[in-house]
Every structure is written in C-alpha cells, then in structure tokens.
Design a protein around this ligand. Sequence first.
Ligand SMILES: [Fe+2]
Length: 234
Amino acid sequence: MLVKRLLKKLRRKTNKYVKQGTALLKKGRPCLVEGGSERNMNRYKPSREEAYNLLREYNSDESLIKHALAVEAVMLHFADILNVEDKEKWGIIGLVHDLDYEKYPDEHCKKVREILTERNWPEDYIRAIQSHGWKICTDVEPVETMEKVLYTIDELTGLINATALMRPSKSILDMEVKSIKKKWKQKSFAAGVNREIIQEGARLLGMELDKVMEETLKGMQKVAEEIGLKGNIE
Ligand SMILES: [Fe+2]
C-alpha cells in the first residue's frame, strides 16, 4: 500500500512538472520548471538577433552602437585567430558589453546583471560582460580568455577610432599599427583612453601589446563601414 501511495504521489508531481514545462515552452521561455536544475536553466542561448535588439532597446546614441559593433567585430576576430568553437558567443558578449551604460551610467556593469538575468541569459555571458569593468566599476576579475580579450580591447578600440579620425583619409582601412603606437605615446591624445588597462589586459593575455594592436585593428577593419571608419577610401 505504501509503495502504491508513493507511486501515485510521484506521478502527480511528474504531471505537474510536465504541465509547467509545457506552459513555459508555449510562452517561448526557456524550459525551467520547479525542481529543474541550474544546469537546465543555463542551456538557454541568446541569439545575435536578440542581443542586437536588446542593444537597440537600451541605447539610442549612435556612437555607442558603433562602439558596440566595433567591439563585437574585434571579439569575433580574436575568436577566429584563437580557434574558438563558439565564436558567436564571443561576438554577442562584445556587442552587449556596455548595454547598461547609457541608461544607468552610475550602475554600469551592475545593472546589466539584472537586465540579462531577467531574460535568463547564462551566467558565463553575464560574468564576462561584468568583468570588462574590473577595478573600475566591478571587482569581477577577467579569468577566461574571452574575458581577458574583452577587457583588453574595449579601450583600445576607442584609441584606434580616435586615431583614424585624425588621418587625412579618416579611415582605418589604410591605417598601420605604427600610427596607433604614435598616438599611444601622446598621453594628451584621447586622454580618456586608459592605457594602463590595455597594458594590463595584454599582460593577462600573455600577448605583446603590438600584436594586440595589430589584431584589434584587423577586427575593426572588417566592419569599417558599419562603424563609420571607412573614410574616403574606396
Ligand atoms: Fe565599451
């Protein structure tokens, strides 16, 4: 009798979970039912389209959109040269890394956790995004290679952008690393670009600064037109 009662109870519980799961799936949400493991929750994978729409929802400043596209392109480029399997993930993280900056500048790198948790984004995406503000707006240290790349190239894209705009061609397509290095040394040029962070990032990555500059430039060149840095080069 006891076994029968237990089986009946188990069946009732199973039916309840199945119903809840079906309801969530109908709503287009990731399937997370009561009693489901955290691992199940993290199976949800945001798409590039979702990330881009989210970026547009939270950002109206076109220069921030262009910065996001530049960082996305560089992340994709590094994922490529490092033979990363899930390149799209690297790109998405680059694309939304400053998601909360325009609307919540005082909560930058913090608010993003709330926004993305609500949408069931995986923890590793959120952590990577937060870690780009290490020692500035978070204490989340970049540990994964993906996190170290983002930390290193974020500020560097700003320096490259500013350098390109000083050129007669206003383009990154005909730019060489030596132009970036020249501007790197002029501390008053693009003074807002924190060169120490870039240096620290290169150290964390175990890459020469020149190499980081070269690859970041290559990544940005791939989307020169989209980020407004094609200039007058045909
Ligand atoms: Fe950024």
